[in-house]
Design a protein around this ligand. Structure first.
Ligand code: SF4
Length: 442
């Protein structure tokens, strides 16, 4: 098998500051194994570092871009003229990506999107899909870092900063590589998955010749074309989450939403600096279930938040009773150093926090038991997580690995981890399901 090295032509215009930017980009490209050649050669991609200082420089930069797009299919523009993206975009809509000056990371993201870095197993010990800690049949796909919210119990924004989304093409390339390496389920994660692309003002990127808006719905739709289960985690309840439900109903992504709601009392939610609209949330859940009856909802809650009264805790229980969520995680409030909520009065004694946790989980266990019992007799596709001596441990579309339940198929079977099988549910408890393979599924 031969491995061709992706080649890049680089044109550097402008002042010494632009030259230094060019050197940094070139250094990174070489470090990643790209071949750097003249832009006059038959290269795979051309990068132009432009100048926009005076009119003559603008004209020269535009001329150079024009010549490059005539000669090459893939052109990326960076530098001072790139800061006036509209001007470039108007004249040359075929340019793949435009960044301002001093934008090494953005340029590299664009390069990775349109010309993935070379991988040669003869010289590289790292597989194309990277080194992963998860089992080979599922993988986490991180689409952004940081968070623009300021929930008062959380210090993640001060640790990881504001939201920074990855380019949509880069994310799709990674997902494609994962599936090609045998991954059967992709778990989409971020601090706030539904905010994806907001920091990039939902810019449009070109990926495989198509214009894609950088937003969670577009990303989910594209991921949904891959032959793998796509599961969304940590979906902050932004209004546009509604647009994901039709994708679930269509079967493009799993009908599963991990939507941290944190509380059912509007006063507590306001103190948490979270969206305080429990009634509306209930209405939305109802609507989602009408639009996608197979939807499985997971959420997490905090009990014992400073100032939480017994009446407010009861409101949370009432909310849970009304919401009938499928899966619930609950944590007693803990004062993380640096969290704004630590300054709130009326902290709740540990014993009361634990007692509330117990009451909440007891209620949820009843709800979960009834919901799982209703699935007896259903036929489902499950994904095999483990093959033990006397049972297969699998999961349905409604169960995320590690945090949700299992589907247990008793007996000794010839099957591999990562296989999908059709089963019929025969029994359940508060957490797990038991099933038998349908007909000759095994
Ligand atoms: S709890 Fe989640 S949404 Fe809120 S600030 Fe922390 S990371 Fe952001």
């Amino acid at each position: 098998m031969t491995y061709s090295t992706p080649s890049i032509g680089f044109i550097s215009l402008g002042c010494p500051k632009a030259t230094v930017d060019s050197e940094r980009i070139l250094t990174q490209l070489r470090a990643e194994g790209y071949s750097i050649q003249s832009a006059d050669d038959d290269v795979d991609l051309v990068i132009i570092n432009t100048c926009g200082f005076i009119d003559a420089a603008v004209t020269e930069s535009l001329d150079v871009i024009g010549a490059a797009v005539n000669e090459h299919d893939r052109v990326i523009v960076t530098g001072c003229l790139g800061a006036r993206a509209e001007l470039v975009r108007q004249q040359f809509p075929e340019v793949l990506a435009i960044t301002g000056p001093h934008a090494l990371a953005e340029v590299m993201t664009a390069v990775h999107t349109h010309l993935p870095a070379p991988h040669d197993p003869l010289t590289s010990l790292v597989p194309p899909q990277g080194v992963r800690l998860t089992p080979s049949h599922y993988a986490y796909l991180k689409i952004s870092e940081g968070c623009d919210h300021r929930c008062s119990f959380c210090i993640i924004p001060s640790l990881r900063g504001d939201l920074v989304s990855r380019g949509i093409g880069e994310v799709l390339n990674e997902a494609t590589r994962l599936v090609e390496s045998g991954v059967r389920e992709i778990l989409v994660i971020a601090q706030d998955t539904s905010a994806y692309g907001m920091d990039l003002r939902h810019r449009t990127d070109i990926w495989h010749g198509r214009a894609l808006r950088t937003d969670i719905t577009t990303l989910a739709r594209e991921l949904g074309t891959l032959p793998a289960w796509i599961r969304l985690h940590y979906v902050y309840p932004h209004p546009h989450v509604d647009t994901l439900i039709p994708l679930m109903a269509e079967g493009l992504i799993l009908p599963y939403l991990d939507l941290p709601l944190q509380h059912g009392s509007e006063r507590v939610l306001r103190a948490m600096k979270r969206p305080a609209a429990s009634e509306q949330v209930l209405k939305r859940l109802e609507r989602w279930r009408v639009d996608c009856p197979q939807l499985v909802l997971r959420s997490t809650f905090i009990v014992g938040f400073p100032g939480e009264t017994e009446a407010e805790f009861t409101q949370l229980l009432e909310f849970l009773q009304a919401a009938q969520l499928d899966r619930v995680g609950c944590f007693p409030y803990s004062a993380v150093a640096g969290a704004a909520a630590n300054a709130l009065p009326d902290s709740i004694p540990e014993a009361i926090k634990l007692e509330r946790l117990e009451r909440l989980m007891t209620l949820q266990a009843e709800i979960s038991r009834a919901k799982l019992a209703a699935r007896i007799g259903q036929r489902l596709t499950v994904l095999v997580d483990a093959v033990e001596e006397d049972a297969i441990i699998a999961r349905s579309e409604g169960d995320a690995p590690e945090i949700d339940g299992e589907v247990i198929i008793s007996g000794e079977w010839e099957i591999d981890v990562g296989d999908f099988i059709e089963v019929e549910i025969i029994d359940s408890d508060a957490h797990d399901l038991w099933a038998v393979p349908i007909d000759d599924a095994l």
